[in-house]
Design a protein. Structure first.
Length: 233
């Protein structure tokens, strides 16, 4: 690589480190979706992958995209990765590369590190390395889809073992009655937090909200309770 190009590349990465930007290391299916979503929501992203074809494919879509081996301390330093506040290690199958990269980021003192784990053991080691946010995309998505397959839910998100939210059609017993008068929270342990009329957008639900056929609601509560609620017709 000509020196001149290397300097330009490094300077762009350095400028990005100064901004409120994120470095995403590993641009496979997970890293790429995450990086593109960040860019589309207004965050500047430095994407790094050792695969040249991936880098070329994404170079117009991310703020800056560079081919580098993230297990090389020199390569990361040259890209000013040590100056970023937020980094994502989106390497899964190559566990060794994931761990070495995470360890370098920790040594650099990057304050906020997210890393993808593909197994419990992988996640445990990332946590032992001091990675603050370990995510399990395949595992979490599998659990979420299981709830969708099992019930009549349109969507399901579990935040903690004892708290979840579900998007569903409200049962007939809720039609035409202000929510405060339905006894839903007392009787079913569920709170309606959002309502969408056909063709409209979601708005916050209040005690005065009256549901009609065709509405969609977001309900919160214990996972079992919201699941049972979605089964009511
Ligand atoms: P996916 O997100 O597609 O499910 P995966 O979990 O199978 O990916 P890997 O294939 O191990 O994870 O890695 C994801 C990306 O990270 C790949 O595009 C790969 O080229 C890249 N990658 C792997 N090792 C390194 C490395 N040492 N340096 C830079 N990039 C790497």
């Amino acid at each position: 690589m000509p020196d001149l190009f290397r300097r330009d590349k490094d300077q762009t990465a350095r400028r990005l480190a100064d901004l409120d930007s994120v470095v995403v290391i590993g641009l496979g299916r997970f890293g790429r979706s995450l990086a593109i979503e960040l860019v589309e929501s207004g965050t500047e992203v430095l994407g790094i992958d050792c695969d040249e074809s991936l880098v070329q494919e994404l170079s117009g879509k991310l703020t800056h995209c560079v081919r580098a081996d993230s297990t090389s301390e020199d390569a990361l330093r040259q890209l000013a990765v040590q100056e970023f506040d937020r980094a994502v290690v989106a390497i899964g199958t190559h566990i060794e590369a994931s761990l070495l990269t995470a360890s370098l980021l920790r040594n650099f003192g990057v304050p906020n590190i997210w890393a993808k784990a593909i197994s419990e053991a992988h996640g445990r080691i990332l946590e032992q390395l001091g990675v603050g946010h370990v995510v399990y995309p395949e595992h979490d998505m599998g659990r979420r889809v299981a709830h969708l397959v099992k019930g009549r839910m349109l969507d399901f998100i579990q935040f903690e073992p004892d708290f979840a939210m579900v998007k569903t059609d409200p049962p007939v017993m809720l039609h035409g009655v202000p929510l405060a008068e339905t006894g839903l929270r007392r009787g079913h342990g569920v709170t309606i937090v959002g309502v969408k009329k056909p063709g409209g957008s979601f708005t916050h639900a209040t005690g005065e909200t009256v549901l009609s056929p065709g509405d969609t609601v977001i309900a919160s509560g214990q996972p079992g309770a919201v699941e049972r609620f979605s089964e009511l017709r």
